[in-house]
Design a protein around this ligand. Sequence first.
Ligand SMILES: N[C@@H](CCC(=O)N[C@@H](CS)C(=O)NCC(=O)O)C(=O)O
Length: 203
Amino acid sequence: MKLYDGGRAPNPRRTRIFLAEKGIELPMEQVDLGALAHKSEVYAAVNPLQRVPALVLDDGTVITESIAICRYFEAVKPEPPLFGRGALEAAQIEMWNRRLELHLLFPVSHVFRNSHPAMKELEVPQVPAWAEANKPRVQEFIALLDGELGHRRFVAGDTFTVADITGLVAVDFMKPAKLALPEEYRQVRRWHAEMSARPSAAA
Ligand SMILES: N[C@@H](CCC(=O)N[C@@H](CS)C(=O)NCC(=O)O)C(=O)O
């Protein structure tokens, strides 16, 4: 089994944090996105979409999509449960994970990919207006999240879940995207400080 990893890029990081929380170690191969290694013939044979992460099982089966990889390991090693237990918990975690992807991680990513000079070769064409259009969306969602986190410790309830991983990665990705996390969002800052202090955050 081998995980094709992509350094500080947000989606591979989601998977690494998840594995660290589960206490799972496995061989990893770095794919250097800056050097366009994911565009090589060798990697395109692993994932024709030329994206990381990708998990290759011992029988050669390839699983891509960071959350699909996380779900695979949740089934292999159910403890601690990061996708929830029971119908209601699982639905709430899924809801928050999707909300954080669709309304935070993706808009932050659009800003980064369409405005950062380092992304010129990966985001073709770069559309600066799309970066600008997503900036207020990020702030609107952070405001909503701040209100929610006033009622509970973690994003989806009283325990740490995959939704917190997506949230942490998305908020950290705001820095290279040059998006501020205003002081007024005290609950998001409190939650972010706690998530950043977990050993898995360094994964
Ligand atoms: N939905 C996929 C997204 C994978 C993805 O876009 N990965 C980025 C790194 S965060 C990538 O490989 N980018 C390469 C490129 O844009 O060419 C997932 O969750 O794994």
